[in-house]
Each structure stands twice: as structure tokens, then as C-alpha cells.
Design a protein around this ligand. Structure first.
Ligand SMILES: [Zn+2]
Ligand SMILES: [Zn+2]
Length: 300
């Protein structure tokens, strides 16, 4: 990590901008984001705190920021035609209730764990320094994390549907049979820990084995995984949804049915595990297509 020696010598408190300008002056080869990143760590003078604050703020911004467009869409009748279970529109009161529990869990369960993240990441050899890795490196590592997390999620989510674990742990997540974006992390703390291992533990194991992982890659992966989880719970199926382009991508089309029927479709990002192991319970778009198909048959 680039440290700032001039300011340390004077002992004067300095602003983030001062750090940024000094780093920019002496490290012209770095791009803007790399300079901002290095300045943040130099300004904080405490890597555990720097990573902890950055991780927590990023998680909150992405989680609630990604859920917001869906909350707004729920209020606009135009979008109702894209809602998978349009007869069960979530009310604002219901969504606020859900947000409160999610926030409570973020502050009491996730925050202490996020604080442990930097020492753990460092212990297993994850890099926090600049320059950042090449985008190609980030891309292949994230693709591997998607596949491994999906596998972890499939087996542990399936296990959570065994009668005892369902009753004791997973039932809370199934409170909403017609899910919405904010409900993605509406779950018991035990479930959060079990399933989050796929998202957080897999990259840590990867770092330990390969000694080749940058924390920025980890952040990018977590952001994409959050987008995936919120989209999967959004309850919206659009003609431009990703699974129309990538047929093996799960999306809301796959997970909404899981919430509606309480079984099957156990994986997170992809469809292959459910398809190969016979736990697929259909897709929401198929179901939506049925009345249309029937109408077409009648018209002929
Ligand atoms: Zn479930
Ligand atoms: Zn769910």
C-alpha cells in the first residue's frame, strides 16, 4: 500500500484531498480509481477500518440502491404487466417492514463480520494494493466465483428445505411467497452465514490457494452477486431479462417460482444443477406464456 510520508512527518491532520493530490503527484502511472483507492487507505491510516467502512457502505448502497427502482416500479401501474405474480403486489408497508429487519440484520450480524474481513483477507493473501489487476483476470475469477457460489447455494439451499432445517432456519426467508427486491436478504442470521459462505468464503479459499486475488475483484463480485440476488427476488420478468440472452441464467423467472411453490429451483445464478438433478419446477415466463398460448390457440 502506498503510504504518505510527507504528512506523517509533520504530524498534522490532513484531508482526503491532500492525500489524493500527493499520491496523484508522485504516482502518475495510476488511474483515477487507483489514486482514489490509495488515498482512502492513506487517509484512514488503519486498513481494517478502511476496508470495513468501504465494504459496509458499498453493501448498503448497492443493496438498497438496486432495490429502489423495483420499489418505484411497484407504484407505477405501467410496470404491472411485467410482474410475475401481479395479483400479489407488495405494499409499501410490507416492504418497509422487510427493510427494517434487513437493516437490523446488517447492523447486528453483518457489520461485526465485515470488520473481520480485512484481517482474514490479508491472512489468506488477498491484495489491497495498487495498481489493480487486469480486467481479464478479474473477469475469469468472477466467472469462477459465480459457478462455485451457485453450486454451494444449490446444495445448502436444498438442505435448508429438509423439514427440520426449514422450520428452524429457512422459513423466515419464505415469508413472502411473492418476493420483491428488498426480500433478497430477508433471512435468519444462521441462513445468512451458511449461504454467505458461498459468496465470501469461496473467494477467500481461492485467495488462499492461488495467492492471486485482489480485494477489488472481490468487491466487483459481491456487487454483481447482490444485483443477481435482488433481481432474482424482484418479481419482475422483462422481455430484456438476462435469461432470454443466456438460457442457463436463472433470474427472477427461476427464483420467483421457488417462493411461490416453496420447493424446487434451489440454485442462485444458473439453472444447470436443478435441471440435471430434476429439481426444476418450471419458469415464471412459461407460466405467463400459458394464457397467451391458450388465447392464441382459441383464436386459430
Ligand atoms: Zn428456499
Ligand atoms: Zn429467495
Amino acid at each position: 500500500m502506498i503510504r504518505n510520508s510527507t504528512f506523517a512527518a509533520t504530524g498534522m491532520p490532513v484531508s482526503y484531498t491532500d492525500h489524493f493530490n500527493e499520491i496523484a503527484q508522485y504516482n502518475v502511472q495510476l488511474n483515477l480509481l487507483e489514486k482514489a483507492w490509495a488515498a482512502w487507505y492513506a487517509y484512514m491510516q488503519n486498513d481494517v477500518l478502511a476496508t470495513g467502512i468501504m465494504s459496509f457502505v458499498m453493501h448498503e448502497l448497492v443493496y438498497f440502491g438496486r432495490a429502489l427502482p423495483f420499489i418505484i416500479m411497484d407504484q407505477i401501474p405501467y410496470f404491472q404487466k411485467y410482474k410475475i405474480q401481479a395479483h400479489k403486489m407488495p405494499t409499501l408497508a410490507e416492504q418497509w417492514q422487510c427493510a427494517k429487519l434487513v437493516l437490523l440484520s446488517h447492523f447486528t450480524v453483518e457489520l461485526p463480520q465485515i470488520w473481520l474481513f480485512h484481517p482474514t483477507a490479508q491472512y489468506f493473501g488477498m491484495s489491497t494494493s495498487v495498481p489493480f489487476p487486469a480486467w481479464q483476470t478479474m473477469a475469469y475469477q468472477i466467472a469462477i466465483f459465480f459457478v462455485l457460489e451457485d453450486t454451494w447455494h444449490y446444495w445448502f439451499h436444498r438442505a435448508l428445505h429438509t423439514p427440520m432445517l426449514y422450520k428452524k432456519i429457512h422459513k423466515l426467508h419464505h415469508q413472502y411467497s411473492a418476493p420483491f427486491g428488498l426480500a433478497a436478504e430477508y433471512a435468519s442470521p444462521i441462513e445468512t452465514m451458511i449461504l454467505a459462505f458461498g459468496a465470501v468464503g469461496v473467494p477467500i479459499v481461492w485467495a488462499a490457494v492461488t495467492q492471486n486475488l485482489h480485494i477489488l475483484t472481490m468487491y466487483t463480485w459481491i456487487i454483481l452477486r447482490l444485483f443477481q440476488a435482488i433481481d432474482a427476488h424482484s418479481g419482475y420478468e422483462f422481455p430484456w431479462s438476462l435469461h432470454h440472452v443466456l438460457p442457463f441464467w436463472a433470474g427472477a423467472d427461476h427464483h420467483d417460482v421457488h417462493h411461490e411453490k416453496f420447493l424446487g429451483n434451489y440454485s442462485s445464478s444458473f439453472r444447470w444443477w436443478d435441471s440435471v438433478l430434476g429439481t426444476e419446477v418450471g419458469s415464471a415466463s412459461d407460466k405467463m406464456a400459458k394464457p397467451k398460448k391458450a388465447a392464441m390457440a382459441k383464436a386459430q
